[in-house]
Design a protein around this ligand. Structure first.
Ligand code: GDP
Length: 367
């Protein structure tokens, strides 16, 4: 019917079928916009009127394409990560994608979730070492909380300092809080609505949002990469909301004897297999029930209680948890991807269990 119509905000071809994809507008609104000659897709409409940025789903190929275009330009890369889920924030091959010569400023978001007493310099050093394992050497690491941005001016100054007259590309995987941060940046500007222009990469159907900077350069928001190995994909929306931290995490410490198990709701499990009595500290959403039991009866316990005492559980039912074993040689965290972690002293053997598709990893202790 209206084939070939394009949104004047982002250039996407208008469509009425899929609200998750670029160029969507419901039929009734489309008719009205054609009459008034202001043809904006719903995403751009919301962006212009409510300063709300809507995510658009892209394929991996689209994404690789987009990042490659950055490697052809000279720009500052602002790489947004989630301080609570650092491994889950990783864009593998980022330096290669965005150009080896383009400096990367890491913005570690959601620091409000970490214990307030955490030493900020220690955290930065720890992040530096973590990022190094991903092949990333940032020019700086900036800690922030897009939800309560007390240091937004500092962030803008830092970006301005490091961009040295270049464009700025903001990149990140979905859910790290990139849109929240961009919205704060837009709000911080004056004459908000007029500041926003949307356009797209020539030759592709990708949206990008450009925020003009004082010197005629731009800050460009790129769509988030969707990660597939996240808890988010095995939990219902309601359970996910419950299981992910919303406020500052209160660490929970346990004195454990060997052959004891801690269940993390019905989602994951930690076994202390071998070693002297130790203290471990768990970092998970405060309302998530942690249940200690004997290792010998743990399988049976899970079978009987998953979905009730041990809740939430994947897909709301029992699932097989998969075991990952670790020998701890330095103070480490066992990380349950996206859910949280347990810190453990050196010199013991432990196991972490999680549903299929959710990784369990070891890293140097963060705190
Ligand atoms: P995007 O996919 O990277 O654009 O992420 P969003 O901006 O949509 O944020 C994903 C989720 O994280 C939302 O539920 C946000 O409310 C939340 N979020 C974003 N920034 C912060 C933050 O600084 N602290 C906390 N606690 N949550 C945040």
């Amino acid at each position: 019917l209206h084939e070939g119509l394009r949104c004047i905000g982002c250039g996407a071809t208008m469509q009425i079928d899929d609200p998750e994809k670029a160029g969507y507008l419901p039929m009734a609104a489309l008719k009205k916009s054609i009459d008034s000659e202001a043809l904006f897709c719903r995403r751009c409409f919301r962006l212009r009127h409510y300063n709300e940025i809507q995510p658009v789903e892209l394929t991996d190929a689209d994404f690789a394409n987009l990042l490659h275009q950055i490697s052809d330009t000279r720009a500052l890369i602002v790489y947004v990560i989630d301080a609570f889920d650092v491994t889950g924030s990783e864009i593998s091959g980022l330096p290669r994608f965005v150009g080896q010569d383009n400096p990367i400023l890491v913005v570690a978001n959601k620091v409000d979730l970490l214990p307030r007493l955490l030493n900020k310099n220690r955290l930065k050093n720890w992040l530096q070492a973590e990022l190094k394992t991903q092949g990333i050497k940032p020019i700086d690491i900036f800690l922030t909380s897009a939800k309560h941005p007390q240091n937004l001016d500092d962030l803008l100054d830092t970006i301005d300092h490091f961009r040295e007259g270049r464009d700025v590309y903001v990149v990140g995987v979905t859910n790290v809080g990139k849109s929240t941060l961009i919205n704060q940046i837009i709000k911080a500007g004056t004459g908000v609505q007029d500041l926003i222009t949307t356009s797209r990469f020539p030759g592709t159907t990708l949206d990008r949002i450009e925020i003009p900077l004082a010197d005629g350069k731009k800050l460009i928001d790129t769509p988030g990469i969707i990660k597939r190995d996240q808890m988010a994909h095995i939990l219902t929306d309601k359970d996910l909301k419950f299981a992910l931290p919303k406020n500052e995490i209160k660490p929970r410490t346990y004195q454990l004897n060997p052959e004891q198990t801690i269940f993390i709701g019905g989602l994951a499990r930690f076994d202390f297999e071998l070693g002297q009595r130790i203290a471990v500290t768990a970092y998970f959403e405060n309302n998530l029930n942690l249940h200690r039991t004997k290792l010998s009866g743990a399988d049976d316990f899970y079978d009987r209680h998953a979905g009730e005492l041990l809740a939430p559980s994947p897909y709301g039912t029992k699932t097989d948890l998969i075991k990952h074993e670790f020998s701890i040689t330095e103070d480490s965290d066992i990380v349950f991807a996206g859910l949280g972690w347990i810190s453990i002293p050196a010199g013991v053997k432990v196991a972490g269990w999680a549903p299929k598709g959710v990784s369990v990893l070891i890293r140097k202790a963060m705190i």
